[in-house]
Design a protein. Structure first.
Length: 131
């Protein structure tokens, strides 16, 4: 799914949203409302920990590449955000993870995807090149 997002291309917001949705949105759609969500998370962290870590690292690399390429083209200004690139990516991922729940319960996929859109819009606004 992430390969398809990158192949399709687009501006930084389109790519960030597409990658987050391909990685997190699909999982939320499939398992977010499961009665066994806690157990699935525990299994991901224990039995599949190495696989999960590798997937997380690939996502970080993809998001980093999107930001770096956009900055190199002059489409964005990383300094405008006041964050380092690793801090920006970590904050983006933390926001995406936090958006999955409300009051300790998973939100519907439509709500999650709308939240991802707002997170990415805020991120893109923070990276907008100055005058």
């Amino acid at each position: 799914r992430c390969d398809a997002v990158e192949a399709k291309g687009g501006d930084v917001a389109t790519l960030l949203l597409g990658l987050l949705d391909a990685s997190y949105g699909e999982m939320q759609a499939l398992y977010g409302q499961s009665d066994f969500l806690v157990e699935l998370g525990a299994t991901r962290a224990t039995v599949g920990g190495d696989i999960a870590q590798a997937a997380d690292e690939r996502l970080v690399a993809r998001l980093t590449g999107v930001i770096e390429r956009a900055a190199a083209r002059g489409d964005i200004n990383l300094a405008a955000s006041g964050l380092t690139l690793p801090d920006l990516i970590a904050t983006l991922l933390q926001a995406a993870a936090g958006a999955k729940q409300e009051a300790g319960r998973p939100v519907p996929i439509e709500t999650y995807r709308a939240r991802l859109g707002r997170i990415v819009a805020l991120t893109a606004a923070a990276l907008r090149p100055g005058p």
